[in-house]
Design a binder for this molecule. Structure first.
Ligand code: PA5
Length: 440
């Protein structure tokens, strides 16, 4: 089970920058009771660990016959699958098929090069969009659709859609062309959807048992709503980060996993936290990082820069590889001391030394400890961070499941591109571009 170490956020350790344990506990209790109250209303991500995997497994099995697997999606419809690929099969494209490409932008350079690298006849394209209306995803979908049609290939052999069960453009096309389609439950929004077919289909396509991800997530879900607060680290984490913001003015959370395989978990968490909590003038800024790498890039700022951060370590107990550092150059102390240790030992020592240094400097830091990285623990950490984020939203009294702030940009894009119904936004963009600008 994943654990949370709160020591270095307490007053006993870091003095006045720290919190009282009783205060953290009180807010944690509050967060759990709201979660329990709302469990049956709008928290459908808590039901995902109990879903039926039959269809995902069937289509996932077929996907393994393709040479290439292209995922088109953005935001919550791409970041979760990316974590699954990079954490559980980081060298996948060197070792196995299908080779996977996650295209989560509209950069024409990337797309053109990707198209030139693949053989469309041997390619399966998974288009993921909950709303079915995201311009970026639809634009790249249209490019692939046209190419498949031009080559007289059977569209249903080359596309799988992952979308809303009832509505949206992908649903219309899926019905018309009989495209295999997986469903994202109605009340599950993008950034809470990794444990739906959004992430699980890719998992199956690359040979990961999606059931293991769900089993891990189930354990967390049960603890999240249990009466025993001592088994609910998510509530303590939500409460600590909330209190650090509102009572200590720590507006930045540095998310710092010590594993290359969790680099994209940083990106995923930052989207989850930012889009869920940044509203009504509230929320804190998540900052994606990586240990040990960023000790040589950011640590100076964390140690001696503005007093506005909480560092959230993610430490991995076992990397499951004992890579020993050879004993060479015995006569040179600068190299001698490394010999005989393992890379894992070095990574742990670096992490501990960094948390100690921060604490000695009275800088608030917390640590999530994962026993190892596999499908089971990845399912756990996804659900752990989703529950934590939702609970933080409840403490802030905001809705962590909507994103009103991204709608305006979307509407202006629609207007500028001439989508019917968005004429006034189109005019606004024209006027904006006409305005005298200072460009030096
Ligand atoms: O978390 C969210 O809701 C967003 O990041 C969406 O995932 C993103 O905007 C893509 O939306 P859609 O899946 O509808 O294409």
């Amino acid at each position: 089970m994943i654990k949370l170490d709160l020591t270095n956020i307490l007053k006993e350790e870091i003095g006045q920058s720290g919190l009282d344990f009783d205060e953290i506990k009180m807010r944690a209790e509050n967060a759990v009771s709201i979660l329990k109250e709302r469990k049956n209303e709008d928290l459908d991500f808590l039901n995902l660990p109990y879903q039926d995997l039959k269809k995902i497994k069937e289509i996932g099995q077929k996907a393994r016959d393709y040479e290439y697997f292209i995922l088109l999606g953005i935001g919550g419809s791409a970041l979760g699958p990316k974590v699954i690929l990079e954490s559980l099969s980081p060298f996948h494209n060197f070792q196995k098929k299908p080779k996977v490409f996650i295209f989560d932008n509209v950069d024409p350079y990337t797309l053109r090069n990707l198209i030139e690298l693949i053989d469309l006849k041997k390619t399966l394209i998974n288009v993921i969009s909950k709303s079915g209306s995201t311009s970026e995803t639809l634009a790249s979908f249209l490019i692939f659709w046209r190419m498949i049609r031009d080559k007289k290939m059977e569209v249903r052999e080359h596309f799988v859609f992952t979308t809303d069960p009832e509505k949206g453009n992908l649903r219309i096309i899926s019905d018309e062309y009989d495209i295999p389609t997986l469903e994202i439950p109605k009340k599950v929004g993008g950034r809470y959807s990794v444990l739906s077919p959004v992430g699980l289909f890719l998992a199956e396509a690359i040979g990961i048992n999606s059931g293991d991800l769900l089993e891990g997530a189930r354990e967390i879900t049960e603890k999240a709503t249990a009466n025993n607060l001592d088994e609910n680290p998510m509530a303590y984490l939500a409460s600590s980060l909330y209190l650090m913001d509102v009572s200590k003015d720590k507006k930045i959370i540095v998310f710092l996993p010590y594993s290359d395989r969790l680099r994209s978990l940083s990106e995923w968490f930052c989207q989850l936290w930012a889009e869920s909590l940044g509203k009504e003038g509230k929320g804190t800024t998540p900052y994606p990082s990586l240990g040990t790498t960023d000790q040589h890039s950011q640590l100076q700022l964390w140690m001696e820069g503005p007093e506005d951060k909480v560092i959230l370590f993610v430490s991995i107990e076992s990397h499951n590889v004992q890579e020993e550092i050879p004993e060479e150059f015995y006569h040179i102390e600068g190299l001698r001391f490394l010999g005989g240790h393992t890379l894992e030992g070095l990574m742990h020592t670096e992490q501990i030394a960094t948390e100690m240094a921060l604490s000695l400097n009275k800088k608030a830091n917390l640590k999530i400890v994962m026993p190892k990285i596999d499908a089971y623990t990845l399912g756990q950490i996804f659900q752990f961070l989703q529950v934590t984020t939702a609970m933080a939203g409840f403490l802030y009294s905001i809705n962590p499941f909507n994103q009103p702030g991204v709608e305006l940009g979307k509407r202006l894009t629609y207007g500028a591109l001439g989508k019917r119904g968005f004429e006034s936004e189109g005019e606004e963009v024209k006027n904006y571009l006409k305005k005298k600008r200072i460009i030096i």
